[in-house]
Design a binder for this molecule. Structure first.
Ligand code: ADP
Ligand code: MG
Length: 246
């Protein structure tokens, strides 16, 4: 049976798209068929992080408004056997995406894919509102900053109010020096102060920045500590009898 994930955050720039592409890359490496959907309408980045920017002709808006068929916008990601993606529209426009649109799209994709990963923009906006009902599980990506954590909690409550019963939190851009200096909350206090189970902590790592700029998900570099960590987080999220990290 297939599963739809929603990647969201309260604050911007927390690493949602980075996580979405790596999660998708790891699942596809296990032989799963994965569709990534960029729903950061007007602020798309996923095409860049996948090195696919020159291949995009049609986007999600074109599919949902009937300008093109799904197979024209669903692109196979170069270098992967089972990883596909649909780009967001490059501009925000007046055409509305509704929950019915997203449900219909996911219903079709679920026939062909094991996992569908919807990457939303920051905060609570129309794309998130349209997507929440189509997804089975949310992954909230936050930074270990007090404002980002508070917004992540606010988002978790919003998701719950909108019927999302199953959410994980990924704490990204962890800076050990700042924790040691007592400037940002440490991992235990984050765990103790959130009700959302934490799937894992990802350190600030320049290899991530290099990979997003190069357009190759960092999780493709097998045998590295970062690959191992991302794999652990992906396994924890996917495993049926999921146990929180702490
Ligand atoms: N753990 C990390 N360490 C270093 N840089 C990171 C990390 N996670 C993400 N980044 C960088 O942060 C920037 C924003 O990431 P992105 O995934 O686009 O965030 P969002 O989708 O939440 O806006 C990118 O330049 C990315 O390379
Ligand atoms: Mg993004």
């Amino acid at each position: 049976m297939s599963k739809v994930f929603l990647i969201a955050s309260g604050k911007g720039g927390t690493g949602k798209t980075m996580f979405a592409v790596n999660f998708g890359a790891l699942l596809s490496a296990e032989g799963k068929r994965v569709a990534l959907i960029d729903m950061d309408l007007g602020m798309r980045n996923m095409d860049l992080y996948l090195g696919m920017e020159n291949r995009v002709v049609f986007n999600i808006m074109d599919v949902l408004t009937g300008i093109c068929k799904l197979n024209k916008a669903l692109l196979k990601v170069r270098g992967f056997d089972n990883l596909y993606f649909i780009a967001a529209s490059p501009r925000k426009d007046e055409r509305r995406i509704t929950a019915r649109h997203m449900q219909a799209l996911c219903d079709i994709l679920e026939r062909y894919f094991d996992y569908i990963i919807i990457d939303c923009g920051a905060g609570i906006g129309e794309p998130l509102e349209a997507s929440v009902g189509a997804a089975e599980q949310a992954i909230i990506v936050t930074e270990p900053e007090i404002a980002s954590l508070r917004d992540a909690d606010t988002l978790a409550s919003w998701l719950l109010d909108h019927g999302m019963r199953d959410s994980w939190m990924v704490v990204n851009k962890v800076d050990v020096d700042l924790i040691q200096e007592g400037i940002v909350p440490d991992m235990m206090s984050i765990v103790n102060n959130t009700t959302t189970p934490i799937a894992g902590f990802i350190r600030m790592d320049k290899n991530i920045r290099i990979s997003t700029n190069r357009g190759v998900p960092v999780a493709t570099q097998t045998g590295t500590p970062l690959h191992q960590l991302l794999q652990q987080i992906a396994d924890r999220i996917i495993s049926q009898d999921a146990q929180p990290a702490f």
